[in-house]
Design a protein around this ligand. Structure first.
Ligand SMILES: CC(C)(COP(=O)(O)OP(=O)(O)OC[C@H]1O[C@@H](n2cnc3c(N)ncnc32)[C@H](O)[C@@H]1OP(=O)(O)O)[C@@H](O)C(=O)NCCC(=O)NCCS
Length: 149
């Protein structure tokens, strides 16, 4: 059984988050991704294992009492150990504490690992955004209803 701590992001976590983002998404500019998380994110949580940051989740508050997962990623070697699930649990807790109605996200139609994780937490697919990603791939829009639960 591994012992993972989920905590809020500190400035000292910047390089770890950058590297996890780069490994997970191969963006043309990972620093720009992290800039967006810091500028527009309402909350960032990191997963710490043996004092090392091995994953993160970023959330953005939306109008209408909703929130959105901007990004979630776990370092490759630490995947499939329940860390993504714990990060998402923390995000859901954060949303509930603020009375959010829905937690939304976009996910590549080809990203079955992430879709499985979201479905396991109760997310449902509510739409498709064609051409959402820069390479032309479509995104599923998924939503978790937090009201009355
Ligand atoms: C998606 C991601 C965050 C999941 O993190 P993780 O720590 O591996 O997830 P967990 O170990 O908590 O898995 C929880 C559940 O998700 C599903 N899942 C996770 N990885 C999976 C895989 N490779 N194949 C199928 N289902 C998978 C399973 O249902 C799993 O439960 P189980 O292990 O009991 O079967 C991780 O794969 C990742 O960082 N991917 C790259 C970045 C990414 O795609 N982010 C999502 C963008 S929308």
């Amino acid at each position: 059984m591994i012992s993972v701590t989920i905590r809020s992001y500190y400035a000292k976590d910047y390089w770890d988050v950058l590297q996890i983002d780069r490994e997970a998404f191969s963006p043309s500019n990972a620093a720009y991704d992290v800039y967006l998380y810091l500028k527009y994110g309402s909350a960032i949580f990191v997963a710490e294992l043996n004092k090392k940051v091995v994953g993160y989740i970023t959330l953005m508050e939306l109008e209408g009492g909703n929130a959105k997962v901007m990004s979630i990623a776990v370092k490759r070697e630490f995947r499939r150990m329940g860390i993504g699930s714990k990060l998402l649990d923390e995000a859901i807790k954060w949303c509930r504490a603020r009375g959010k109605r829905n937690l939304l996200l976009e996910v590549r139609v080809s990203n079955l690992p992430a879709q499985n994780l979201y479905k396991k937490k109760g997310f449902r697919t509510i739409g498709v955004t064609p051409n959402y990603y820069s390479d032309g791939e479509d995104a599923y829009i998924m939503s978790l209803n937090l009201e009355g639960q």
